[in-house]
Ligand binder design. Sequence first.
Ligand SMILES: Nc1ncnc2c1ncn2[C@@H]1O[C@H](COP(=O)(O)OP(=O)(O)OP(=O)(O)O)[C@@H](O)[C@H]1O
Length: 248
Amino acid sequence: MTEPAIRLRSVSRRFGALQAVRDINFDVMHGERRAVLGPNGAGKTTLFNTICGDFPPTSGSIAFFGADITGLKPHQRTRLGIGRTYQTSLLFNGLTVLENLFIAVRGLRPNRFSFLRPRRGDEAVAKARNLAQRMRLDHLVDAEVVNLSHGQRRQLEIAMALAGDPRVLMLDEPAAGLSPGDRPELLRLLHDLPRTLTLILIEHDMDIALPAADIVTVMKDGEVIVEAPPDRIEGDPVVQSIYLGGGH
Ligand SMILES: Nc1ncnc2c1ncn2[C@@H]1O[C@H](COP(=O)(O)OP(=O)(O)OP(=O)(O)O)[C@@H](O)[C@H]1O
């Protein structure tokens, strides 16, 4: 049997007395699109952080394509092929789109950037341009990031997360703050990502989460309360009680 891309077994994470996620079992198959929904404080970001290693679980285990990664540091998980974006932007505003992508491709810290500026013919520049094209930013490679629209910044964040050639890409609220006009473009970009890539996204907005996902995991109070295909989510009484009952 094929191993899941991501497998969590009995994963819990405490912050002092607070149990942020509790006894999570979670399998995401290779190539799957998984959305994680839930009200504020449900534990979605903490779940992401246990997978990426930013806040490893206090108990339980995590496997990546069958290999136990529970004790690995974030950079070791990145190297294995787990890429992510964050709710808060990590872009370098004073640099151009191409320079940001170059930094991501070379895995540089920005303070090293002045010594290693992109040069013509550099393989990393070619890869940075290719990433810009994949995220439909090729017309903006020379634009300073500070001048990008919110939607373009989100596209760039995804492009930068792709720079390490992840096998699993985790997006933390990719539609947050997007105008209604920017949303269809984001959905198109997500649909265009190759099925060799496994995608896990936290998303508050059902209009993005449901069309983007094969399976939706709904969390509340640190636990998974529903796991179902998107067509069963909107009508699910538990989900309705959370989203219509003021829990969101
Ligand atoms: N680093 C931390 N230190 C202490 N408590 C934390 C930390 N990170 C998260 N928490 C707490 O864990 C709980 C779950 O938070 P988490 O951010 O995972 O929820 P979420 O579902 O992602 O919420 P949101 O939609 O608001 O981002 C919350 O009560 C939060 O305050």
